[in-house]
Design a protein around this ligand. Sequence first.
Ligand code: CA
Length: 236
Amino acid sequence: MGASGHKKILIVEDEQDILQLLKHYLEKEGFRPVTAMSGLEALKKVKEDKPDLVVLDLMLPEMDGLEVCKRLRSVPDTAMLPILMLTAKAEESDTIVGLELGADDYVTKPFSPKALVARVKALLRRVERAPSTDPDLYRYDTLTMDLARHEVTIGTKEVPLTAKEFGLLEHLLRHRGRVLTREVLLNAVWGYDYYGTTRTVDVHIRRLKQKLPLLEEAIVSVKSLGYKLKDFDVSE
Ligand code: CA
């Protein structure tokens, strides 16, 4: 089965040559590629085919990659879907916008298919590291979160957190390196029946940073979207 594990990859690219090249390479590596040639088709394919990862070109007809990314991130079902964006060098500023809108990584054109496949694999590994069941402990720098004891310590010093702060931190640690929208965090920590606004998340993130200054720089705000706890294991 190999490292790919027959994972389904949606390739969104309007240039037929690049599309076929990527499809060929991903197939060769044991992935199951599905394709789309426009932004709208991409959204449709995500719904129908439920891919494990999306390789998304930035410049697309009808709806560009940024808009596709934004739409995928704003729906709970696809908020966590790994997205690798393809950009051209001239679109450097768009690349940054793309990452702000929640792409997990990007590759600049022209690229070697081999390098792209390596990035796909790296991103899938990063996502899979998020445990499917709760571990007993999370460690982040000098911070330790002990779930059984419901305790957070910095070194040996315990830091008292409220239940919501604790839940928020747990979610960030569990999905570190990924962009989490305010909606996703709100649903995870407060529950779907909570009537508060997404501003609640901002308030609690601020309190969390005040209590745990080592997270001040580590939790980054992702413009108009949500938050991400930087993963220092991954070079970025
Ligand atoms: Ca294109």
